[in-house]
Design a protein around this ligand. Structure first.
Ligand SMILES: [Zn+2]
Length: 324
């Protein structure tokens, strides 16, 4: 039994594609995500937690800890820090950011990336906000994850709209055991409310005195719930595309043209929402499937960095230094 599972996981490791594609799900991703959403134990984690005379439990590939049940492993997979931030193993944050960037590209909204992305630190001047004081009282310079360079003003009532992607899980551990966090089992969207409060505090500081600028909180929970700003961004993108394809409706627009506009809008909206949700499902599934895989940080060369879509004149190194 153990040998069989082991051989599957080894052959999987050797066939893992070097480039993570956030817009496609393997059948393993799908099965894992389906079990996750139904609250079923994952066979790979049941095997990891099973201790026999011949085989000890399989440790977490990041911190070497073993757990008594599959549920413990799953909670750990969803909360281990190595799974979240930019440049980390599973890179959940950046895969969702990549999906957002792909959505912008799909509808023709120009953007710039302002965070470590695909192994490259992007300190793009377009994404530079002001300073804020972190939890330890240290002043830090804040860059948005993404800046949308030509968004229509009406959506966020701001001339410049930035995005901050955040993935939040609703489980945590207490005394080593899985528990819901932020009373998320009693209040729907509780994890997003906490994210909203944290981010609002930080961006109120970082955008002090910049009245016409707004950071959209692109928050998504492990279960799929999205922050209202995320919904608004997708709606804005879909409207941008519908206006481009069908023209902006006004008093003289014919009923047929209005209908065409509406159909482009709804088709685009469901397409973009699908991309975001597929990225989220894939990240959750990959973390659950591979938590016991030995940790190795992916090495990415700066040369593989893709060019940002429709960027204006490049910010030179000198300009960046001058702004700092
Ligand atoms: Zn671990």
């Amino acid at each position: 039994m153990y040998v069989h599972i082991h051989s599957i996981s080894v052959s999987y490791v050797s066939s893992v594609p070097t480039r993570f594609k956030s817009d496609t799900l393997s059948s393993d991703n799908f099965r894992t995500a389906m079990r996750f959403s139904l609250g079923l134990d994952q066979p790979v984690l049941v095997a990891a937690a099973t201790e026999t005379a011949d085989h000890p439990r399989q440790p977490c590939g990041h911190c070497g800890v073993t757990f008594p049940t599959a549920e413990h492993y799953q909670t750990h997979a969803l909360t281990v820090r190595a799974g979240t931030a930019g440049g980390s193993t599973y890179n959940t944050h950046n895969h969702i950011l990549e999906a957002v960037a792909n959505c912008a590209k799909a509808v023709g909204v120009a953007y710039a990336i302002g965070t470590t992305f695909q192994g490259v630190r992007n300190a793009d001047g377009n994404c530079r906000l002001g300073n804020y004081t972190d939890g330890h009282g240290v002043q830090r310079e804040k860059y948005a994850d993404i800046a949308f360079l030509d968004m229509p003003q009406r959506a966020f009532n701001a001339q410049l709209v930035y995005g901050d992607v955040t993935h939040r899980t609703v489980v945590g551990t207490r005394g080593g055991d899985p528990v819901p966090v932020h009373l998320a089992h009693l209040r729907a969207g509780a994890a997003l409310q906490v994210a909203d409060a944290e981010k609002t505090l930080m961006y109120d500081q970082a955008l002090r005195g910049r009245q016409n600028e707004k950071v959209a909180i692109l928050g998504i929970e492990a279960g799929g719930r999205m922050h209202k700003h995320f919904h608004r961004l997708i709606d804005t993108f879909a409207k941008f595309k519908a206006d481009a394809d069908a023209g902006t409706p006004d008093d003289n627009t014919s009923p047929a043209s209005i209908k065409f506009h509406q159909s482009v809008f709804s088709r685009t909206k469901s397409l973009l929402m699908g991309r975001i949700q597929v990225a989220r499902v894939k990240c959750v599934a990959e973390r659950i499937m591979h938590v016991t895989r030995p940790f190795s940080r992916p090495q990415v060369s700066p040369a593989s960095r893709p060019a940002p879509a429709r960027l204006g004149p490049a910010t030179t190194r000198l300009q960046q230094i001058r702004r700092i």
